[in-house]
Design a protein around this ligand. Structure first.
Ligand code: CP
Length: 306
């Protein structure tokens, strides 16, 4: 039995296989409509979510399975003091697979060590968000044709942005990736990711505070929200929240082939005027997330589809 806590638990071959399954689901949805009949997904969300929770639920329904769960800690016995370990043991009696989001880093790992069913990390604090990375990889593959050979700029809150951490880890597996890290000094990528992922894998990277200065180089621009919920000090959040706002004017120097991504939710980082730009791919990421979560559920439940 396997869980998915960190994207690096999947080999490059497995990532490529998940993308191939997702593309087959897109092409042949009827083939997959009943394959999880009788199976139950539990969505345990101790932190708010729109896309991740509802795409997991839509994914399981589209595979013919059922869903149970909760969408806030206060409607579960966590509010009475129940531990993550006991919650995981309990849910193992009712479901076949768990998707868990939690504000504490490592909570889904603890759940996976105590559950007797697979656990998927649906976002843990400012740490990791591997299934967003699956959505991002499918989006890059479909927009660019491959996962190798481009320059990707990550812009905004690189310190707390868990989607950035997981995507950088995944991309370190692919050839000829250049990373441009664009953030204020206080929201720089954590040292452990810079050293353990970028430097260790000899990934070319630069750090800058200026989006304008690097815009012409980028093949992909991955915008992120400043993560208000991770700040200790509201004044710091207010000072930093609008560090980067992407507008049509700022895109004037960008490549015509640029792909603009954002894990969403967006607050103010991308002007809505950009939504109709053919380079905007962030709502495609939303849909791709459902297909990749379908592929992941099939893999972890070891469902064979002929
Ligand atoms: N991208 C993402 O995790 O969105 P939600 O917080 O809405 O799930």
């Amino acid at each position: 039995m396997r869980s998915l806590i960190d994207i690096l638990e999947l080999t490059t071959k497995e990532l490529d296989e998940l993308i191939a399954v997702a593309e087959d689901i897109i092409a042949n949805p009827a083939k997959y409509a009943e394959v999880c009949k009788g199976k139950k997904l539990a969505t345990l969300f101790f932190e708010p979510s729109t896309r991740t929770r509802l795409s997991f639920e839509a994914a399981m329904y589209e595979l013919g399975g059922n869903v149970l769960g909760f969408s806030e800690a206060n409607s579960s016995s966590a509010a009475k003091g129940e531990s993550v370990a006991d919650t995981a043991k309990t849910i193992s009696c009712y479901a076949d697979i768990i998707a868990m989001r939690h504000p504490k880093e490592g909570a889904p790992l603890v759940a996976s060590m105590n559950a007797s069913i697979p656990v998927i990390n649906a976002g843990d604090g400012g740490h990791n968000h591997p299934t967003q990375t699956l959505a991002d990889l499918l989006t890059i593959k479909r927009e660019k044709g491959s996962l190798s050979g481009y320059t990707i700029g990550f812009c905004g809150d690189l310190k707390f942005g868990r989607t950035v951490h997981s995507l950088i880890a995944a991309l370190s597996r692919y050839e000829n990736i250049k990373v441009v890290l664009i953030s204020p000094d206080e929201l720089k990528l954590p040292d452990y990711i810079r050293k353990d992922i970028l430097e260790k894998n000899n990934i070319e990277f630069i750090q800058t505070e200026s989006l304008e200065s690097v815009m012409p180089e980028l093949d992909i621009l991955y915008m992120t929200r400043v993560q208000r919920e991770r700040f200790f000090n509201e004044a710091d959040y207010i000072r930093l929240k609008d560090s980067y706002i992407l507008t049509p004017k700022k895109l004037e120097t960008a490549k015509g082939s640029l792909t603009i991504m954002h894990p969403l939710p967006r607050v103010n980082e991308i002007s809505v005027a950009i939504d109709s730009d053919p380079r905007a791919a962030y709502f495609k990421q939303v849909l791709n997330g459902k297909y990749m979560r379908m592929a992941l559920i099939l893999k972890l439940l070891e469902v064979e589809v002929k």
